[in-house]
Design a binder for this molecule. Structure first.
Ligand code: DQA
Length: 152
């Protein structure tokens, strides 16, 4: 199983940006945590973060040619604006889970819209870093019948 974890704008600023909302742990901490969770599931994982919408579109397209089995994406602010990311996920047809660190459903009105959600097999929000590992667990169960927790 091969997973790709994509993060959108400002996720590289974890630990610095709004720690009351996103916590004090850094982007590097996130990668280490998700890598560990994927290892427990026996999945190979790669990561990509960009502050640019088109780069994220290209990464989703590349996942198709790299035979990625599942995508975990936190599109960050592009969640609420990007038809291009929605179309990219539809184009590749790879099972994709939408993840948000914060509980977007309890935040501003403009965060209530998610374009990408229509192309995703699941949305996980408000579980912090665990949400990414929950997404990996979900994809592992969906793709390979592996059921279990990989969180720590
Ligand atoms: C976010 C929520 C988005 O509304 C916001 O723009 C982000 C992060 C989250 O992980 O909670 O940058 O996707």
């Amino acid at each position: 199983m091969k997973f790709l974890v994509l993060n959108g704008p400002n996720i590289n600023m974890l630990g610095i940006r709004e720690p009351d909302i996103y916590g004090k742990r850094t982007y590097e901490d996130l990668l280490a945590y998700v890598r560990q969770g994927c290892e427990k599931l026996g999945a190979e994982v790669s990561f990509f973060q960009s502050n640019h919408e088109g780069d994220l579109v290209t990464a989703i397209q590349q996942a198709y040619f790299d035979h990625v089995d599942g995508i975990i994406i936190n599109p960050a602010a592009y969640t609420h604006t990007s038809v291009a990311l929605l179309d990219a996920v539809k184009a590749v047809g790879i099972p994709t889970v939408e993840v948000h660190i914060s509980d977007v459903s309890q935040r501003e009105d403009f965060r209530q819209v998610s374009y990408i959600r229509a192309a995703c097999v699941k949305t996980i929000a408000g579980h912090g870093f665990d949400g990414y590992v929950m997404a990996a667990e979900y994809l592992a169960a969906l793709l390979g019948g592996v059921i279990g927790s990989a969180r720590s």
